[in-house]
Design a protein around this ligand. Structure first.
Ligand SMILES: [Zn+2]
Ligand SMILES: [Zn+2]
Length: 148
């Protein structure tokens, strides 16, 4: 675990990053915001400590507010790939969008949230944690991820 290192970046390569520590948790989100944002069926959230990420290249920021939640969404200004989500409420942490890693083989989500709006054809692995909407907290997901 001390030797953890994974790199990724945007589609055009102008923004690159290296993650130097195992994530706190990985989960998929099937909410309609993540479907829009990813232009796909769901988002993959890789929650990491900000201090464990080195970023090269400049991102642009789009700020999205839904209800009382504010999300700073960072993307590559050249190719538009969404890369990072930050919430002012979680100062030390950020989410890396899981599809942006060069190697996705190590990405194993511990669970799946907002499956109430999941697309019907997406079949989830049996035994994974699932939540119809937003979980009250990420404790169970984090414990499940750290056990693996
Ligand atoms: Zn790019
Ligand atoms: Zn979502």
């Amino acid at each position: 675990m001390g030797d953890f290192k994974q790199s990724g970046g945007c589609q055009c390569g102008a923004v690159r990053y290296t993650l130097n520590k195992k994530p706190e948790v990985i989960y998929t989100c099937h909410c309609t915001e993540c479907q829009k944002q990813s232009s796909s069926a769901f988002g993959i959230s890789v929650r990491v400590e900000k201090a464990s990420v080195e970023i090269k290249g400049k991102t642009a920021t789009f700020t999205k507010s839904s209800g009382d939640k504010l999300t700073e969404c960072e993307y590559c200004p050249s190719c538009g790939s969404r890369l990072f989500h930050k919430r002012p409420a979680y100062e030390q942490m950020m989410n890396i969008k899981g599809g942006s890693f060069d190697d996705a083989a190590w990405i194993k989500p511990a669970g799946h949230i907002w499956i109430g709006s999941k697309q019907d054809w997406v079949v989830l692995p049996q035994g994974d944690l699932t939540y119809d909407g937003q979980p009250d907290n990420y404790d169970a997901l984090t414990q499940a991820y750290q056990r693996n």
